[in-house]
Design a protein around this ligand. Structure first.
Ligand SMILES: [Mn+2]
Length: 342
């Protein structure tokens, strides 16, 4: 079905033979989970194929997502020092500039980057720029070569794939077959989703987000759009992201400072499209200028600064702004933002 299939298998067999008597597996610097997953799975395959131990090295360590996934799945985090060996296999590395301070005399690689300059340096490789992740490429050659992998490695490779494809948003039938093989090998997709989406948000930021939601006023604009206003001491961007996600089309956060108040504005994509105007920027400018401050920004994200004693006039100005564009603004839920802010 795809012509590259026998070639990739031959290339992989060559790479295995090239490594047989020992090689160091090296990820790119500050390795992401695609690089680490492919490196560890390659190490596993080489070790079981040859009976030797193949170490993995990550120059400058691995990134925070990789660390979390590896720890949760019971893998140890690769060593970040002494990335030196006679023979190295680079994994998910497109150029030597991605791996400073690695000493080697011979190299091979497995990679999927659109441009790869190791081709001129290394002796053998498994390279396919059409592949969506190095983890996918490695899983594919293992699958096509008739190898089997333990459940934990299948989950790990699936994590690499999900990471590089933004949760399979970049998908084709070839990748789907690889994912199917990994799932049949026992990969736990729920574990992967949880591990990749879970993020550590500081306590203060979580409090700010929740406070902003609990004080929020909700207004309808015309028959189909919603505006929300809240008052909050910090983390405006983080809070407004949730207002928009919850369904707001114009989300506003007011942040009182000594003599001024910051007005932070976010607009939904659908409202920007509907109005065919840089709505957030226009609103910021309008509010800023009318209240004796200033404002501006982009179509979907903007900000203004106004004198602190004008906060109580903001609601009226917002209503004016949308009325002038032919939209009737109604209060659906006043919330507590005004009391908190004034
Ligand atoms: Mn990659």
């Amino acid at each position: 079905m795809f012509r590259g299939k026998p070639l990739l298998v031959t290339k992989f067999a060559k790479l295995l033979a090239w490594c047989k008597n020992g090689a160091l597996i090296v990820t790119h610097r500050n390795a992401d989970i695609d690089s680490v997953a492919a490196a560890l799975a390659l190490s596993y395959s080489l070790s079981s194929y040859s009976g030797n131990l193949f170490k993995v090295c990550s120059p400058q360590g691995v990134d925070s997502v990789s660390k979390r996934v590896l720890q949760a799945l019971g893998f140890s985090v690769p060593n970040m020092r002494e990335c030196a060996a006679e023979k190295v296999v680079f994994v998910d590395v497109s150029s030597v500039t991605q791996v400073e301070n690695v000493e080697f005399s011979k190299c091979s690689f497995i990679d999927h980057h659109a441009v790869n300059t190791l081709i001129d340096v290394c002796e053998t490789h498994v390279y396919d720029p059409e592949s969506k992740a190095t983890s996918a490429l490695l899983a594919e050659v293992l699958m096509l070569s008739g190898y089997s992998i333990p459940r934990s490695y299948a989950t790990l490779l699936l994590a690499g794939i999900m990471f590089d494809t933004k949760f399979l948003r970049i998908l084709n039938s070839r990748l789907l077959k690889v994912v199917d093989w990994l799932l049949n090998s026992g990969a736990d997709i729920e574990d992967v989703s949880r591990l990749l989406t879970q993020q550590e948000v500081p306590y203060a930021e979580r409090v700010a987000r929740l406070r902003s939601l609990s004080r929020m006023g909700v207004y309808s604009i015309g028959s189909d759009y919603l505006m929300t206003i809240t008052c909050i001491g910090a983390y405006e961007s983080s809070s407004l992201k949730y207002s928009i996600e919850a369904g707001s089309d114009i989300a506003i956060a007011l942040t009182p400072r000594e003599s001024e108040a910051r007005v932070t504005i976010r607009a939904s994509t659908r409202l920007v499209k509907e109005l065919e105007a840089p709505i957030a920027a226009e609103l910021a400018k309008y509010v800023g200028e009318r209240l004796g401050g200033g404002g501006g920004g982009h179509e979907a994200a903007a900000g203004a600064s106004v004198p602190i004693n004008t906060i109580k006039d903001i609601e009226r100005l917002l209503i004016e702004f949308f009325s002038a564009r032919g939209y009737k603004v109604r209060v659906l839920e006043r919330g507590r933002w005004m009391e908190e802010c004034v």
